[in-house]
Ligand binder design. Sequence first.
Ligand code: HEC
Ligand code: HEC
Length: 412
Amino acid sequence: MLLAASTQTSIGLVLLVVAFLVGIAYAFINIRQSRPEVGSEIELAANRKPYLSDEELEGRKLDRTLSLGLLGLFILGIGLPLYWLAEPGRQEGAAERISDEFVKRGSEMFDVTANGGYNCAFCHGTNGVGGVTPYTITDAEGRFVKQVDWKGPALNTVFLRYTRDEVRYILEYGRPFSPMPAWGAKGGGPLTEQKLQELMDYITTFQLTPEQAQAEVTGQLDKMMKTREPTCAAAVVEEAKVGLSDEELASFDENDATLQARIDSTCPPLYASEGEALFNMGYDDGFAGGAYSCGRCHTKGWSYGEKEADGGGAFGPPLTNVLNQFPGSSLGPQQQVDFVCNGSEQGVRYGQNGQGTGRMPGYCVTPPYKINAENGEVGIEPKDAGTPDQGAMMTQEQVRAIVEYERSLARD
Ligand code: HEC
Ligand code: HEC
């Protein structure tokens, strides 16, 4: 037990032993120096021996004692405030060490290769940039239906769309009817509260800023708006190949500028509006594992490349009811934009009869990053949630475009 003691305990023990030895030595010397009182046969207490004279007492000895007292006061007067000043720094240092440790352990769980890894990276990509994972779809009785490749959404923006409590909930219980398993003990998974906390602390270290996320969206949107309807584009290419010799076919370049121009002028764009493209961002090329899209939750089959009608409903409700949920031709769209910007909150009602569960992410207000002190969480500073016009994952303008598209999907 002594060997296992911390540095502080060991120093304390050494000091204790030293103090004890000095005490014994003092008692020994004191006893040796005591003399029997003159004229008495009984041995008397040491303090009854004749002591120093007044001159001696009030001279150097007094000065020495007073100086020692002054030195003691000085040490107390300077030392205590200094200690007090350094204390917050010391505590901060301790908290930082703990959160560094948490981040390190979180990264080990996140990675594929590390010991005891939980392979988040296998489905969500290294550094959570998004990925894809094989998955078996089963029916209600658990019978095999088909094998698919399911998109794993990027996690480098997860705190731009969810609060920490909402992310904890997802980790705890997973996402039913998707490849995302339950990780927390409450959901039947292998990890304790603290392990989930370590994962979340690690995930915060690779989050994009709102500016970076918006730049990603703008770049990808640009690319999507230039994309032409693929069957038509393929037909134009085939047509251009008609009548070519084998030699010409061998050097045929599909990216040829004139051919591309012909495709652009003949074929309709793949997405008719920016709203439709944003709603489906990542569907064709797996961009960010679909993290920016709405379709992955609101369209059946979206995540494995077999999407049914846009907004037909999947994990999130069908969007065919939004004109009733957010009624009115000017008030309605604005309320819907506000809702999509902020996302839903558990137990908070929205629209006409919506009941929030906290599962609908927010797209243009970064939710407050609240450390849950009741859960004993430490570290990581809260982020400034910002305002809708600054945007989060998306700008408010982009959300407005999506809402316009969603309202066009609505049926009465
Ligand atoms: C077997 C694949 C797989 C593994 C392993 C996995 N996930 Fe997931 N995860 C998914 C999929 C797929 C989704 C999206 C489900 C959907 O389409 O609704 C998801 C969703 C999430 C979400 C919600 C994202 C959002 O915006 O909706 C979070 C957070 C998350 N995972 C974190 C993790 C963490 C942390 C780990 C490691 C402990 C992990 N996942 C391991 C497949 C996986
Ligand atoms: C991670 C899954 C998920 C994603 C991604 C998602 N939603 Fe949702 N959405 C939900 C859920 C779940 C609800 C139901 C409200 C709740 O449970 O809090 C919802 C509700 C809504 C509603 C209200 C519908 C109604 O009639 O009550 C609208 C509108 C909406 N989402 C729009 C969007 C838009 C626009 C996007 C993309 C920018 C999007 N959602 C992305 C899960 C999602």
